[in-house]
Design a protein around this ligand. Structure first.
Ligand code: RP5
Length: 171
């Protein structure tokens, strides 16, 4: 099965956050690869990864990093594949805003679709949505996933309305 999504991160310490993207892709049935590529510690590996991604069959890249988070932007500068950036609140982050702004504030011409701080699950969903735009079966699986979200909210509403908010709070 050709791997359609590439998940990369600046350090293994990002894995607990980035695993959420992997979990979602696994759940929805999309083949992916996952590895560590450090913009600062392995710059040649970064170039090799970004330049070879399309020819290896990758269609979307999810890149997570923290602190001076240059990985997503640098990957985006070397490929025309869509790049989704995940700002990670890491050990070298001041408060997370450093990671967010490093990924979000890209110059014109080199976009990175930036999700929320530690928002790797949404990065997985967004990657699946990009692929699902031209894949009807995947699109249907995504619609089914979204329907489960709505059901959960409606169940909560019903529980609170029938039991009352105090009983629902004690659960
Ligand atoms: C970033 O520095 C990595 O993406 C990670 O979020 C952070 C800390 O890396 P380690 O020192 O834990 O390897 O480049």
């Amino acid at each position: 099965m050709t791997k359609q999504v590439g998940i990369i991160m600046g350090s293994q310490s990002d894995l607990p956050v980035m695993a959420e993207a992997a979990k979602f892709l696994e759940e929805i049935g999309i083949a992916f690869e996952l590895t560590v590529v450090s913009a600062h510690r392995t710059p040649e590996r970064l170039v090799e990864y970004a330049r070879s991604a399309r020819s290896r069959g990758i269609q979307v890249i999810i890149a997570g990093a923290g602190g001076a988070a240059h990985l997503p932007g640098m990957v985006a500068s070397m490929t025309s594949l869509p790049v989704i950036g995940v700002p990670v609140k890491s050990s070298n982050s001041i408060d997370g805003w450093d990671s967010i702004l490093s990924i979000l504030q890209m110059p014109g011409g080199i976009p990175v679709a930036t999700v929320a701080l530690n928002g790797a699950k949404n990065a997985g969903i967004l990657a699946a949505s990009i692929l699902g735009a031209h894949d009807q079966e995947l699109g249907a699986r995504l619609d089914a996933y979204k329907a489960t979200l709505a059901e959960t909210v409606l169940k909560s509403a019903e529980e609170i309305e029938t039991k009352g908010w105090k009983a629902a709070l004690r659960k």
